[in-house]
Design a protein around this ligand. Structure first.
Ligand SMILES: Nc1ncnc2c1ncn2[C@@H]1O[C@H](COP(=O)(O)OP(=O)(O)OP(=O)(O)O)[C@@H](O)[C@H]1O
Ligand SMILES: [Mg+2]
Length: 284
């Protein structure tokens, strides 16, 4: 497949995804496609199924029915070897940071680089410290996870997902528990990953200001179904009752949404191709 074709097809396709836990239907016929370099923000109340949805994208959950295709590959059909290979293209920021308790902050972030690359220790150190410093937690590098605050652990989890510079990043509530200034820093990093590397991002958030700042598209889940999906402007204007309540309770200023300036998908794609050309990496 050439770059042209690969870039024009959606990178992730969710087809008729149904997930039941016992009798309970948590995801109810979800259909969605996500383009390369796009940032999709998923919003919705607690228990709506957001985490379950994104966990399917890297096959941490298996569909009851329906499928997830990544570049046309059905995630549920992969064996363990193929799955571990495809998962390297993803980075995931977990809702509950999931750091290794027995490793220092530095070693937690270095872990994927040591496992999956042949980088020299000097280069690993540079990358790890660079990411920790981007997130304002460089000073925590030698500490153990039990010695840092929840907000710091959150940022370490983000650093660990970003350090591999993956093609697809999934963020499950990256800014929950962070102060407003740190939250904006995280938003900027999400945008920077997209603009520098053409990363595809799926972001779950309860932070409406953040959702509308970073999203190309917003999808709102209500009881396991996508109630509304579209540009931030479309979602802001929706008259769906649950969406109105959710969005308007955040008291976000509509002028802020309509006044955004964004890079076009074309510009993002150009950057991605330039990066790939510079790195000499195949697209798929
Ligand atoms: N492994 C599981 N077994 C049984 N039920 C589960 C499992 N995982 C999730 N659920 C249930 O599925 C529903 C959706 O959960 P999910 O974590 O996806 O919600 P969410 O939208 O991410 O909520 P929150 O905003 O609180 O993180 C919840 O009722 C949850 O209890
Ligand atoms: Mg969740």
């Amino acid at each position: 497949m050439t770059d042209e074709i690969a870039a024009e097809k959606p990178q992730i396709v969710i087809e008729n995804l149904v997930k039941r836990f016992g009798e309970r239907t948590v995801l109810d016929h979800i259909n969605m496609s996500i383009d390369r370099g796009e940032t999709v923000v998923v919003i919705g109340g607690s228990g709506a199924g957001k985490s379950t949805l994104v966990r399917h994208l890297i096959a941490l959950e298996r569909p009851t029915s329906g499928q997830i295709l990544v570049d046309g590959v059905n995630m549920a059909a992969l064996d363990d070897y193929e799955l571990s290979k495809i998962r390297r293209r993803f980075g995931m920021v977990f809702q509950k940071y999931a750091l290794f308790d027995s490793m220092s902050v530095f070693d937690n972030v270095a872990f994927p680089l040591r496992e999956q690359t042949k980088l020299a220790e000097r280069e690993i150190k540079e990358r790890v410290m660079g990411k920790l410093e981007d997130l304002g937690v460089g000073h925590a590098a030698p500490r153990m996870p039990s010695e840092i605050s929840g907000g710091m652990a959150k940022r370490v989890g983000i650093a660990r997902a970003l350090v591999m510079e993956p093609e697809i990043l999934i963020y499950d509530e990256p800014t929950s528990g962070l102060d407003p200034v740190t939250s904006r820093t995280v938003d900027e990093l999400i945008e920077e990953m997209r603009e520098r590397f053409g990363v595809t991002s799926v972001v779950i958030t309860h932070d409406m200001a953040s959702a509308f700042d970073i999203a190309d598209r917003v999808a709102m889940l209500v009881h396991g179904k996508i109630a509304v999906e579209g540009t931030p402007e479309t979602v802001m204007a929706s008259d769906h009752e649950a969406v109105r309540r959710f969005v308007h309770s955040s008291a976000i200023d509509p002028a802020r949404v309509s006044g955004r300036t964004r890079k076009s998908p074309h510009e993002i794609r150009e950057m991605r191709l330039a990066r790939l050309a510079a790195a000499g990496t195949p697209v798929i």
